[in-house]
Ligand binder design. Sequence first.
Ligand code: IYR
Length: 257
Amino acid sequence: KDKERPWVDQDLQDDSETTTAGGGGEDDDWADPAEEEDLAHVPYAPPRYSEESMLQRSTDFYRLMNQRRSVRFLSPEPVPRDVIDRVIHTAGTAPSGAHTEPWTFVVVSDPETKHRIRLIVEEEEEVNYRQRMGDKWVQDLARLRTNWIKEYLDVAPYLILIFKQTYGILPNGKKKTHYYNEISVSISCGILLAALQNVGLVTVTSTPLNCGPQLRLLLNRPANEKLLMLLPVGYPAADATVPDLKRKKVEDIMVHV
Ligand code: IYR
């Protein structure tokens, strides 16, 4: 029987684990909280801005982020590796349940590995579009002109695969509970998207249905890691297009009580 796990968001279907797959885990595989060291608390005083400056900065950041679009046509032009490293460093500043930092960012630039990823994703996505998604879902996407052919998986200079760690493994081999790991890693993905936008790179938030286990094995990731998102990253192709979507007005997404 499932143990009670009140930190797992039922709506998110978060599958935080407290036992090994198959339910064979023993309670003594899990770390005792008493093993954690004491933690100092230190003063914190981030910068404070004038109200005028706050308004300007909030508008500047809105304008930057409002230019972000999901781009499916990428340029093969190389991107500095240091920029990718720093953008991922930034994603790792996200808050996480009990500061467990339950994320792994796998950066793929090797053309052979990118191609293997493409073959896995396209094979599954063809089944998704033809069968698993159903007519309604496929029709809802028709105007976005997406399909199972994912050229960007070969073309993009980098693929970033974001894995959530459903539990951690301490140096002594014991398991550590990763509270709210799905929403924690989702927040880090949001920060990653903002960091990419900030340097003029583009991506598309792809969530390849049914590809997680094969991609995990291809990339030699351990069983506690589950694929959450796959981001092809690069400059947009010179002839890139995007659907002419509009965003909701702030009045339509906000209620003030
Ligand atoms: N994962 C598929 C299908 C897809 C689903 C949604 I919801 C989208 O907004 C876009 C695509 C794909 O990547 O094509």
